[in-house]
Design a protein around this ligand. Structure first.
Ligand code: ZN
Length: 184
């Protein structure tokens, strides 16, 4: 397994629209393993292939407390089941150290395939609903800061620049977040 470099906002490659996965072959399985390892290493709870510059519809996630239950969503389709939106403090491995509230429907249906090609069809609420929508956005070239004001987007850009500089100096990717909120 190997750690993959994570693209940082505002890298234009993060705007690429992901294509469906045609076949879960050995190459995709290796990518899944590497993405899971990369997610754990970065202290994240979710990672979309777009964030590691692979523009296919693939998401890994682990919302378990002990970080021992990774889940894989291939070619996911997410349908909101409620109109009402709720705010949740989001973070993103591609926008390090930036956290802000985003409003999303808090109940969705997720249809996808897992790493073995089995169909997933589940109703998600709470954190899972937030995460899957955040990751779906990545596959569509959308980043959570897009929902924020211009001013906050500019600040986010400056903050990411600073964080990347510090990381470069310390040569330590885990400089990180004091926040307890999610990184996805
Ligand atoms: Zn993200």
């Amino acid at each position: 397994m190997a750690l993959l470099p994570i693209l940082s906002y505002p890298d234009p490659r993060l705007r690429t629209i992901a294509a469906p996965v045609k076949e879960v072959n050995a190459e995709i399985k290796t990518l899944i393993s590497n993405m899971i390892e990369t997610m754990y290493d970065a202290d994240g709870i979710g990672l979309a292939a777009s964030q590691v510059d692979r523009h296919i519809q693939l998401i890994v996630m682990d919302l378990s407390e002990n970080k021992d239950k990774p889940v894989v969503f291939i070619n996911p389709k997410v349908t909101p089941l409620v109109e009402e939106k709720q705010p949740y403090e989001e973070g993103c491995l591609s926008v390090p150290d930036v956290y802000d509230k985003v409003e999303r429907p808090n109940k969705v249906r997720i249809e996808a395939l897992d790493a073995e090609g089995n169909a997933i069809d589940e109703i998600a609420e709470g954190l899972l609903a937030v995460c899957i929508q955040h990751e779906m956005d990545h596959l569509n070239g959308v980043i959570f800061v897009d929902y924020l004001s211009r001013l906050k987007q500019t600040r986010a850009r400056d903050k990411v620049k600073k964080v990347l500089k510090i990381r470069e100096k310390q040569n330590d990717k885990s400089v990180a977040s004091q926040s307890e909120t999610i990184n996805v």
